[in-house]
Write a protein that binds this ligand. Structure first.
Ligand SMILES: O=C(O)CCC(=O)C(=O)O
Length: 274
């Protein structure tokens, strides 16, 4: 039986839109129904485990590797997953939260935190992305019930408007840097706690975030998609990781070009709704 398509609109509450603009993150409950989750979860889980980027056992990995099984660009590697990652419903929510007319695909990735998996260090995603726009956003969709002990990510509200806070990448170095910065500046952190399968958080590219360890016996199966505003140009390269991202996710594009390579389809355009 084919999996249900995910193209119909989800009406966002005004609180979600306002919260995203103010805090740089929000929680959208019930973005997929339970029926949709039960059809899509096995498709994504199969692909995530097949295309994981690190096959080593948990105990042989470092802090970053212990945080999750990471499986990238599943929409191109597994045609079954494409219907999820390219879904118009999610892309429309991304555009409406950012207040833009259209969005493109940057890349997708499954992030499965294993039983016994470690914490996700504090970091800012935008240090990886050579995109010349404030309008970037990640959808982080729970495919399973996430209990309170594991929880949603933790966010520093308002950090989306603080720009680059000084440390690129993710690992022990970013954890040390941002944990002391949060402490020194007295920044408030927020988490949504337990969330249901089909709920999704959205966070902006500069929003400082982390996640707790998984001390339960259940895999935290999460699928993410990163979007940016259509019309965005490629930014000058500032960090080494951005040169890597440019080659990997913006094929054929150079700084100054429109960020519109063959692997960056437009996933939503408001004009198509008219
Ligand atoms: O899932 C996690 O633990 C972290 C996810 C994350 O950092 C992201 O989606 O930007």
């Amino acid at each position: 039986m084919p999996v249900p398509d995910l193209d119909d609109p989800h009406e966002l509450s005004p609180e979600c839109v306002k919260g995203f603009g103010r805090d740089g993150h929000t929680l959208v409950r019930g973005l997929m129904s339970m029926d949709e989750v039960s059809e899509w979860r096995p498709v994504i889980e199969r692909a995530a485990l097949k295309y994981r980027s690190d096959e080593r056992p948990l105990e042989e990995r470092g802090t970053y590797g212990k945080a999750f099984i990471q499986s990238m660009n599943l929409w191109l590697r597994d045609p079954g997953v494409a219907g999820f990652s390219l879904a118009r419903r999610f892309a429309r929510v991304a555009a409406e939260l950012m207040g833009v007319d259209g969005v493109r695909m940057y890349h997708d990735q499954a992030l499965f935190k294993e039983p016994g998996g470690g914490f996700t260090p504090w970091h800012q995603d935008r240090t990886y992305w050579p995109l010349d726009t404030p309008h970037t956003i990640t959808m982080w969709m729970a495919l399973v019930e996430v209990p309170e002990e594991v929880g949603s990510m933790h966010f520093v509200s308002g950090s989306h408007a603080m720009g680059d806070l000084g440390t690129p990448g993710i690992g022990d170095h970013s954890q040390a840097h941002f944990a002391s910065l949060i402490d020194e500046r007295g920044l408030a952190t927020q988490t949504y706690g337990a969330i249901a399968a089909g709920d999704a958080t959205f966070h902006a590219g500069w929003t400082l975030h982390s996640a707790g360890a998984n001390l339960t016996a259940q895999m935290r199966s999460v699928m993410t998609v990163i979007y940016y505003a259509d019309g965005t140009r490629v930014a000058p390269i500032r960090y080494e990781a951005q040169a890597h991202d440019l080659k990997r996710w913006l094929a054929g594009c150079a700084p100054g070009d429109l960020a519109a390579g063959p692997d960056n389809p437009v996933l939503y355009a408001a004009s198509d709704d008219a």
